[in-house]
Design a binder for this molecule. Sequence first.
Ligand SMILES: [Zn+2]
Length: 418
Amino acid sequence: MLGTILLINVKGIWLPVTKENIPVKGSKLNDSNILSDAFLFVKNGKIESFGKMSDLTDDLPLGTLENTAQMDCGGRYVLPSFVDAHSHLVFASWRENEMEMRLNGKTYLEIAESGGGILNSARRLEETTEEHLFESAWERLESLIKMGTGALEIKSGYGLSLGAELKMLRVIRRLKEESPIPIKSTFLGAHAIPSIYKDRTDYIDLIINQMIPAVSKENLADYCDVFCDKGFFTPEETELILKQGIKYGLVPKVHANELARSGGVQVGVKLGAKSVDHLECMEEEEISLLANSNVIPVLLPGTAFFLGIHPPDARRMIQNNLPVALSSDYNPGTCPSGNMEFVVSMACHMLKMKPFEAINAATINSAMAMDCGEIAGKILVGRNANLLVTKPIPSLGFLPYHFGESSIERVMLNGHWV
Ligand SMILES: [Zn+2]
């Protein structure tokens, strides 16, 4: 039968701490709802039922399961697939040479100012065909799915011209159409100012007057994002761009406070952004603004790890009741990995998050940061069976603890083993 399988003797199923479509905040982020010694029945690609092994024959008469594949999950946990609400999956080539420049003492900003960084990616993307961009992104997407990502947001922002931004967004649209996992698309024309512009306002005018209307006309994006940071876009420019996005039906997101206290959080809160992402440089003002808003703070530990910058202060945000979410920032310049299991691990080792906090932040809360809480991030009856089965491990804390080697043994997507 299509996508029908019975998991038995599961050591623990990670059930959601809330069935409501809301993020988990503050001290509740460390809550868990683990059903131990359990079964989980997948039928026609969906989660049909789950319960205690002792109730298996009552809930599911064994006679009806004669033709059902079974997996004995002794010692193993079952989790929902990870949700990655921040990625730059579509790009033309890697930038490992810039890592060496950094190791030789150059900062990210210095590399960007000397024509590297985002502008380097934009140059290479300009020369790459839509077909080739799709093929390389598809390969990376398949690899992410194998590592446990079950929903993904992807940004443009390496085009930086009308034609190249539309090219990127069309690639993302095709990924959306052909991918077995849900994908959301974000227009990030305001990722950097191309060096051909002597006057930055000319490029901002292009974004506002040509790019956003064109993106909207082809219905190519769900969100509009701006890199609001030192050396990139000011809060005033960010506000202008995001307001135009809102006018054209694009929900705002902000890359904020990665390199400095940029004012990006203030703009994001003012305009009711879906999320503000990065947040390495935060003070009381930004934290209390977020605490009094519905904006999701998305932390990206891979970037701090890779660039060796000060990581975001997740503990302080959690103490202030923020619905902290985790994502990858997968991109060729500042985080060349989209491995969400490693993100969970880094969140514990670098951001001092507790294992359960990190799992909730990488599932329930990251799903909220890309408006797919109704379909991803939770194990609930009736949902698509997008699941992770761990190796036999002593406890769930072992997953972030044992970094560098995956604790995930199998990935199930829509009821099929990947
Ligand atoms: Zn990013």
